[in-house]
Design a protein around this ligand. Structure first.
Ligand code: EPU
Length: 424
């Protein structure tokens, strides 16, 4: 297994380019299943473990793809199977994204139920409800979701989500893109990753109105076309890199971003005392002498993202005063707290709120990654901790950050990736 060995205490400085977004790549790759015509050429796809896992799933279904220099060329022409097995689905919950496109293209789909999750329950009822609204019949049998259109084409309908869900909105859009007639989705997720999926579906030939809002209307088509497409930047990677600069008292510029997609996070950095400026597609951040505490509440876009909550908590361990961190999306997404406390942080938890008492002097030790963003928060803490921090089980981090240690080292961090034997 790999671990990151971090020597804390260096100030990060420099310019770096943001990678492509993981969470938009996944639904976009799934959407290539909507047509048998080929090939698609997807640009700015990050080189991540989750992308490799998702490609394996598509290959299992019969797709063919090549991936080099951020360009994924994919053909789903030979896809015949519409069954996603447990062995692949269990590796990544986002595998549920194949449900909508397979059902819409083949009239049936079988997808293993995704398992549990490191940060609490993550139901899929809204995905299933959306498919039913489009005319599918769903049964759950022997651990599989079995969905069928009963030999007909899906038909457009009205989908009202009681809770905003990125994944269910994505699945609904993909299924509706091949349905007969128009589908209206209310309380749709407005996250930039869904906006990117909308632009992809529009490019494939399915008109959508309301893009970027919580009410979407999509006009289904009998067939869709393969296209070349440029993916969007990863706003969570970008926020993590800005936090790395802020926690080390550093100053960085990030290129190839879209600052308007990060307003809540940039506003939080400003409130913490950082000087944040934007220039076209670049974001610059300069740290203050003393970080100020800032309360955040993770909620659907455009509010502060849950995927930045753990990293913000690491940053707040260095702020002068107490900050409150609440997650309204995943109430139990607090696995990083015991590990941050092992580094010397002082964070208490109430039911769905963390209370961070800063500033605390952190000192390096071995810490364990438990999920992707928790791992990122431990790396941030390691950058400011005195001495050596070893972040174990880095495979969680590799799921969603493209060569993060290389990027941080280019900015001046001292991080080495080493192999270790977990059982020795
Ligand atoms: N929910 C339901 N029923 C459903 C689906 C969701 O109740 O059928 C609830 C969830 O339990 C949660 C809320 O709705 O409380 C929002 O979940 P959502 O469906 O939006 O999450 P997701 O689509 O499974 C994506 C990202 C997550 C990110 C969330 C929230 C991908 C592949 N994953 O998950 O990213 O945290 O949206 O923004 O896009 C990460 O990258 O680290 C990550 C976990």
């Amino acid at each position: 297994m790999d671990k990151l060995v971090i020597q804390g205490g260096t100030r990060l400085e420099g310019t770096i380019t943001a990678s492509g977004s993981k969470n938009s790549s996944l639904p976009i790759i799934a959407a290539t299943l909507l047509t048998g015509k080929s090939p698609f050429q997807l640009h700015r796809i990050p080189d991540l473990k989750d992308i490799a896992t998702f490609r394996s799933l598509l290959h299992h279904l019969g797709a063919e793809s090549t991936f080099a220099d951020g360009i994924l060329e994919i053909s789903t022409q030979k896809v015949q199977s519409a069954r996603a097995p447990y062995e692949l689905v269990k590796k990544m919950r986002a595998s549920i994204y194949v449900l909508g496109p397979l059902l819409a293209r083949f009239g049936h789909a079988e997808v293993s139920l995704p398992g549990g999750c490191a940060f609490g329950p993550r139901p899929i009822d809204l995905h299933l409800m959306a498919m039913e609204r489009l005319g599918a019949t769903i049964t759950i049998k022997t651990g599989f979701i079995e969905a069928t259109t009963n030999g007909k084409r899906l038909r457009g309908g009205q989908i009202d989500f009681p809770v905003s869900s990125v994944g269910a909105t994505g699945n609904a859009l993909m299924a509706a893109a091949l349905a007969e007639g128009t589908t209206t989705i209310t309380n749709a997720a407005a996250e930039p990753e869904i906006e990117a999926l909308c632009h992809f579906l529009v490019a494939m030939g399915s008109p959508i109105t309301g893009i970027g809002t919580t009410t979407l209307a999509i006009e289904g088509q009998p067939t869709l076309q393969p296209v070349a497409f440029n993916n969007v930047f990863d706003r969570i990677e970008a926020g993590t890199l800005l936090a790395a600069a802020a926690i080390t008292g550093g100053s960085i510029t990030l290129n190839d971003t879209e600052p308007e997609q990060m307003q809540a996070v940039l506003e939080a950095f400003s409130q913490a005392g950082c000087t944040v400026s934007t220039n076209g597609n670049s974001i610059s951040l300069e740290s203050p002498r003393t970080l100020q505490p800032v309360n955040i509440t993770a909620e659907p876009y455009p509010a502060f993202p849950t995927d930045m909550q753990a990293q913000w908590m690491a940053l707040m361990t260095q702020a002068k005063g107490t900050s409150l961190i609440t997650d309204h999306i995943y109430h139990e997404r607090f696995n990083h707290i015991p590990e941050l406390n092992r580094l010397g942080a002082h964070i208490d938890i109430t039911s769905n709120q963390a209370i961070v008492h800063g500033p605390q002097h952190l000192s390096g030790t071995k810490v364990m990654s438990t999920d992707l963003r928790a791992s990122a928060s431990l790396v941030l803490a390691g950058l400011v901790a005195e001495g050596t921090t070893e972040v174990l089980r880095v495979y969680h981090l590799d799921r969603g950050y493209e060569r993060i240690e290389e990027k941080l080292c280019r900015l001046g961090a001292r991080i080495e990736r080493q192999k270790y034997d977990e059982f020795s």
